[in-house]
Design a protein around this ligand. Sequence first.
Ligand SMILES: NC(=O)c1ccc[n+]([C@@H]2O[C@H](COP(=O)([O-])OP(=O)(O)OC[C@H]3O[C@@H](n4cnc5c(N)ncnc54)[C@H](O)[C@@H]3O)[C@@H](O)[C@H]2O)c1
Length: 375
Amino acid sequence: MNKTVLITGGAGFIASHCAALLLQHNYRVKALDNLDAQIHGSDRCPPSYLDRRVELVVGDVRSPRAVSRALVDVDYVLHLAARVGVGQSMYEMADYTDVNGRGTALLLEAMVERAKKRPFERLVVASSMSIYGEGMYRAADGRLVPDAERNSRQLKRAIWDPVDEAGQTLEPVPTPEGKPPSTRSVYALSKYDQERLCLMVGDAYDIPTVALRFFNVYGPHQALSNPYSGVLAIFASRLMNDRPPLIFEDGEQRRDFVYVDDVAEACRLALLNDAAVGKALNIGSGSPVTVKEAARLLADTLGVSIEPEITGECRVGDVRHCFPDIREARDALGYRPRTTLAAGLRKLVRWLDGRVAIDRVSEARAALASRGLTL
Ligand SMILES: NC(=O)c1ccc[n+]([C@@H]2O[C@H](COP(=O)([O-])OP(=O)(O)OC[C@H]3O[C@@H](n4cnc5c(N)ncnc54)[C@H](O)[C@@H]3O)[C@@H](O)[C@H]2O)c1
């Protein structure tokens, strides 16, 4: 009998790639998804990119009935359902907290009930790089600085990099899992909540649980007309409408863009490897770039000569640099990211061909500005 995986948020971007990979590996795949209009459009149809063999239960993670129905016959749970968007979470606070926090708690209650009759082999939860806030830094004297922060006074003067007590710029270094979290948005706090809830309840009830802290995931199927999450999808949507990507600060902020197939493989490995149980692991490409470099590479790959527009603005809660140390995922999971940014962008651009992207960036920018969430 094939083992069954339930993917919550199973109609979403990352989930669709996980489903395809798991089907290839002969798992049966179920999905629970409420087809959120921000991602799937107002007609809320199941997305055409979702493999037809996926058994979709349309329902909300906050509905105990829908969750119990979805959990029937399930061996593994991959919990990806979430509201996703840093800026938007700063004004849709109740909804982000409700879906991500309470939704996870209700899923766990249902899993604990079901586990009394038949245990689960694994729970894997999608956590996020956002929980770190600023990444790890090194001071000029070699000392590691895990608690770098930027204050609004320095940001108003366009001093973008975190500095030490003497005003010296700190050097960003790969962030290990041991760096204490410093949540700087409601989204980040809700992701940390999800991660901790799953690891804590998993431990208490013997549900082997793994949390994966995804960095900036990109690739085909990412919602193109959602201006609240997915920086490369947002840039693509601008470029496809002959407009420049808008980049906050000076564009030199460093991120790790990880191709979605590598993330799907990390999820598959997390279902199997006992060495990962109880851990929260960074999942990135291991090769950071600046946001400006990523925007330029995307424009080149699309074959358009549009330079990004550097706004010099800063969003409340944004971090300067954060990119992962992925050694622990390598050791515990055997995780080896395979797709370079150049190769991943080529795949993304092939998928973009012939697609329509509605550019809603101005709307999202105005929503932040009107609330005083940009400096
Ligand atoms: N994309 C990234 O760069 C990234 C980075 C870090 C973490 N993550 C995490 O990975 C997971 C998947 O992200 P994604 O980028 O694929 O997002 P996505 O928005 O494409 O997928 C999320 C899915 O969850 C569904 N959903 C939302 N609310 C729901 C609810 N109440 N009940 C049931 N389903 C609901 C949506 O309809 C959507 O299909 C999320 O947990 C996200 O926080 C993503």
